[in-house]
Every structure is written in structure tokens, then in C-alpha cells.
Design a protein around this ligand. Structure first.
Ligand SMILES: O=C(O)CCC(=O)C(=O)O
Ligand SMILES: [Fe+2]
Length: 190
């Protein structure tokens, strides 16, 4: 596994290492193992989108004190221009698998869930919103973009208008034990 990366701002698609995300990553392509191919079929049925829109499966490991502070899975086209391949294209759905239980900490937090509309100023804050406790075998799915009807009212020159800023989420510090997880990031279009 290698250090997990985060997008760097700018016109070119570049990834970097930062203290906001301290886990390790391994990428599993669809030919990595017959099991991956099976999982891809199940995920395609779940999200009702072809897996050609998905990035490779990312396996994640967090040990004690490791985290991924609150972020969006979409790329704000005004900041991460190089990561957006066509107008209106972005990461749409995240399917997140918990591969282990975690003794303490390691929850996935959604600060704006449960109707909490207060501004988020501290991206390391894991005390508000909805917290999902890791449980081996469970999966969650969440959307980073708005529903189609809301997207259609976006002016063509506003490339960020179809994004759901309330999809903000993070992986809280692991306090005790290890966290193993995996994800698929699936785009709305090519
Ligand atoms: O580790 C977590 O609980 C969240 C990870 C995450 O934000 C992601 O995979 O996009
Ligand atoms: Fe994320």
C-alpha cells in the first residue's frame, strides 16, 4: 500500500500528500482478482450506472490516529480544474465498504446530515452531524452531486452548480484498533 493522496489545486490533475489524509491506499483494477469483477457487477446494479464511470477500487487502511478530514469527493471545477474531464462531469456517487470493525473511532462523519446547516469551520471536528460506525461487511452509498432536475437548472457557465456541498464528509481519527475499508468513486459521465 502507498500513502493516500489528495488533489492539488490548479489547472493540471496532480495528486499530493497532505496531513488532512493520512491513510494508506492500494488500487485494485477490475482484472486484479475474480472477486473484484463480481463486486463491480453488484455495485453497477446498486447504483444503476456502468462501471466504466468508476475509478478503480481503492482499498484503505487507517491505523491509530489516521484520518481523512472533512472534504467533498467531487472536484470543485473552480479549484481543481484539471480533474474535471468535461463540462458538468464530476464524481457523483461514492460506494464505501467497511472491511473491518474498529474498536474505537474511525467513523465516517457527515457534518451537514440530520439538518445541521451551521457552517463548517473545523474540518477535523467529528462531533456533529451523522456518524457511521464501521462494521465489517456493511457498505454505505452517498451522492456528491444534486439530483438531475436540480442540475438541469444550472446555467451553462456555472460549472459548480450541480455539486452538493452538503455531501461534506470525513473519516474520523482511529482511536483504538485498525480500520480497513474500500471505496468506488463513480462519475456522472465521461
Ligand atoms: O474513511 C472514511 O470513513 C471516509 C473515506 C472517504 O471519504 C472516501 O473514501 O471518499
Ligand atoms: Fe470522501
Amino acid at each position: 500500500m502507498g500513502r493516500s493522496t489528495i488533489a492539488e489545486a490548479g489547472n493540471e490533475a496532480k495528486n499530493g500528500v497532505g496531513s488532512a489524509r493520512t491513510s494508506s491506499t492500494a488500487w485494485l483494477s477490475k482484472t486484479a482478482d475474480p472477486l473484484v469483477a463480481k463486486i463491480r457487477t453488484r455495485v453497477a446494479e446498486l447504483v444503476k450506472l456502468p462501471m466504466e464511470l468508476a475509478e478503480d477500487m481503492q482499498v484503505l487502511h487507517y491505523s491509530k490516529n489516521q484520518h481523512y478530514w472533512a472534504h467533498h469527493d467531487f472536484f470543485d471545477p473552480n479549484i481543481y480544474r484539471g480533474f474535471v474531464t468535461s463540462p458538468g462531469q464530476n464524481r457523483f456517487i461514492t460506494v464505501f465498504f467497511y472491511l473491518s470493525d474498529v474498536e474505537e473511532g474511525g467513523e465516517t462523519v457527515f457534518p451537514f446530515a440530520n439538518g445541521d446547516d451551521r457552517r463548517v469551520t473545523d474540518f477535523a471536528d467529528c462531533s456533529r452531524g451523522l456518524k457511521v460506525k464501521p462494521k465489517a461487511g456493511n457498505a454505505i452509498i452517498f451522492y456528491s452531486m444534486l439530483a438531475k432536475r436540480q442540475q438541469e437548472i444550472c446555467p451553462p457557465d456555472d460549472l459548480g452548480c450541480n455539486l452538493d456541498v452538503r455531501s461534506l464528509h470525513g473519516g474520523c481519527d482511529v482511536i483504538k484498533g485498525d480500520k480497513w475499508a474500500a471505496n468506488y468513486w463513480i462519475a456522472n459521465k465521461k
